[in-house]
Design a protein around this ligand. Structure first.
Ligand SMILES: [Cu+2]
Length: 119
């Protein structure tokens, strides 16, 4: 019994390592645009690097396909923005004229990771 539990633990650790380090596809960098759809699925934002022009409002449509609670919130660090996303729906996040810079956006546990580049 103990052996089975240990084995399950090792398997779980292996799975976590695979999930976070090995299964990530290359980051897709998106061309500068002030309106973008981001898909939230399988632990990644697609695209995960957003590129926007400074001085204009930014509209982002988050399409959440991942039902796990991990994906339920998107937080833009440094921009004072956090939004709850509904599973199976598209939620629009509007950022009002973000200043030029680079911002991280993540889920509340920071497992989903993305970058917003404004220039
Ligand atoms: Cu999360």
């Amino acid at each position: 019994m103990t052996l089975a539990i240990n084995l399950a633990g090792v398997l779980l650790i292996g799975l976590i390592i695979w999930w976070f380090w090995l299964s990530r596809p290359g980051a897709k960098v998106q061309a500068a645009s002030n309106e973008t759809t981001v898909i939230v699925e399988d632990g990644v934002y697609t695209p995960s690097v957003l590129h926007a022009k400074a001085g204009t409002p930014l509209t982002l449509h988050f399409q959440r396909k991942d039902p796990s609670p991990c994906a339920e919130q998107v937080i833009f660090h440094g921009l004072d923005s956090s939004t709850f996303l509904e599973t199976g729906k598209t939620t629009t996040v509007t950022l009002d004229n973000p200043p030029a810079g680079e911002y991280r956006f993540t889920c509340q546990m920071q497992m989903y990771q993305g970058r917003l580049i404004v220039d």
